[in-house]
Design a protein around this ligand. Structure first.
Ligand code: CDP
Length: 219
C-alpha cells in the first residue's frame, strides 16, 4: 500500500471499456490528478509514424519514448484510431514500457500539493506501475460488442471516417496484442475489483465505482 497520505487509484481495462470516462469523472469528483497512460503510448506511436518509421521497430520506438512530448499532438490526433493501433505496437516492446515507468510512478506518488492523490488509467497500472502502491484497483470490462459500438459512436461524434468491420478487426487485434504480450499483459490484478459496464451507462458506472471506493474507506 501507499505509505503517504495521498491516495492512488488504478483503473485498467481493454479498449473502449469505459475506463477513461470513468477515471476522468472520478478524478474531478474526488479531487485527484488524472493521468491517461494510453496517451503516452499514443504519443510515442504517433512520433514514430510522423518520422516515417515503424512502430514495431524497437530501436525507433525507444528513441521516440526518450523524447516523449505530449504537447506535440492535439487531443484529436492522440485519440485517432491510427494512434491507437500504433500505441498498441510500441506498447508491446519491453524497453518502451520500462522507459515510461519512472514518469508514471512519480505522477502517482507525487501528484502535487493541491490534490488528494492520483488516478491513473491504462492496462498495467494495478499489475505493474502501482502494483504495490495503489489503494484501490478497478478493472473495467465490457463485452466486445458493447466496446465496438462505443468506439463507433466515439468516431462518429468526432466526425472521423471509418468502416465498421475495420473498427471490429482493429479492436480484436489490439485486444489480442494487449492480452497476449509477455510484458505487462492486460489482466486484472489479483486484488482488483471487477466492474462490467456492458449494461451500464457512464453515469451508472460512475455511481457504482464511487460507491465501491467509498466502501473501501480510502477517501
Ligand atoms: O482508449 P483505449 O482503451 O482504446 O486506448 P488507450 O487506453 O489510449 O491505449 C492505447 C494502447 O496503448 C492500448 O491498446 C495498449 O496497447 C497501450 N497501453 C498499454 O499497453 N499500457 C497502458 N498502461 C496504457 C495503454
Amino acid at each position: 500500500m501507499n505509505a503517504s497520505s495521498k491516495v492512488i487509484i488504478a483503473i485498467d481495462g481493454p479498449a473502449a471499456s469505459g475506463k477513461g470516462t470513468l477515471a476522468r469523472r472520478l478524478a474531478a469528483h474526488l479531487g485527484l490528478r488524472y493521468l491517461d497512460t494510453g496517451s503516452l503510448y499514443r504519443a510515442i506511436g504517433l512520433t514514430v509514424l510522423k518520422a516515417g518509421q515503424d512502430p514495431t521497430n524497437e530501436a525507433q520506438a525507444l528513441a521516440a519514448a526518450k523524447i516523449l512530448n505530449l504537447d506535440a499532438f492535439s487531443a484529436e490526433e492522440l485519440r485517432s484510431e491510427v494512434a491507437g493501433v500504433a500505441a498498441s505496437h510500441v506498447a508491446f516492446l519491453k524497453p518502451v514500457r520500462a522507459e515510461l515507468l519512472d514518469f508514471q510512478r512519480k505522477f502517482a506518488e507525487e501528484p502535487g500539493p493541491d490534490v488528494k492523490g492520483a488516478i491513473l488509467d491504462g492496462r498495467d497500472i494495478g499489475t505493474v506501475v502501482c502494483k504495490d502502491t495503489a489503494d484501490v484497483k478497478i478493472f473495467v470490462e465490457a463485452s466486445l460488442e458493447t466496446r465496438i459500438q462505443r468506439r463507433i459512436k466515439e468516431l462518429q461524434d468526432r466526425g472521423e471516417s471509418f468502416k465498421e468491420r475495420h473498427v471490429q478487426a482493429d479492436m480484436e487485434a489490439r485486444d489480442k496484442r494487449d492480452r497476449d504480450r509477455s510484458v505487462a499483459p492486460l489482466k486484472p490484478a489479483d486484488d482488483a475489483w471487477l466492474l462490467d459496464t456492458s449494461t451500464l451507462n457512464a453515469d451508472e458506472a460512475f455511481a457504482v465505482a464511487l460507491a465501491h471506493i467509498q466502501e473501501t474507506g480510502t477517501l
